[in-house]
Write a protein that binds this ligand. Structure first.
Ligand SMILES: [Zn+2]
Length: 124
């Protein structure tokens, strides 16, 4: 829970989960309202219960670093997932193009591109 000019804002985790944020909120110290996008990403990759479990397992003085580490890893995994999705998409497009090429070569007559001069004159 963060107070700005008398107005109380929920932390990023409570805002994301549409929960009331209070003094007992375990995530408020690590996910201030300004870190909404970071929380959203870390939640997407790890889930809120795992985030809470990690924070309980880590000594209090290292929890800030643990959160930074989770944000870093979540970003890396998210980028990796996006790249894998793009590769699958491109492989699918390549397969479609190869199929189209194969069907075109079946329907077109074979054309000899390199005819020797001797063969050329014989055809006249
Ligand atoms: Zn909260």
């Amino acid at each position: 829970m963060e107070e700005m000019s008398g107005i109380v804002y929920p932390c990023a985790a409570c805002k994301f989960h549409h929960k009331k944020c209070g003094e007992k909120c375990e995530l408020a110290a690590y996910f201030p309202p300004s870190d909404y996008e970071n929380f959203k990403l870390v939640h997407k990759i790890f889930g809120t219960s795992y985030i809470k479990k990690i924070l309980k397992d880590v000594p209090i003085e290292s929890r800030g670093d643990a959160v930074k580490s989770m944000v870093y890893e979540a970003r890396a995994r998210d980028i990796d997932r996006l790249l894998r999705d793009r590769i699958v998409q491109l492989e699918s497009q390549l397969a479609e193009l190869l199929n189209a090429k194969a069907s075109l070569s079946l329907s077109l007559p074979t054309v000899t591109l390199h005819q020797s001069d001797e063969e050329f004159w014989r055809t006249l």
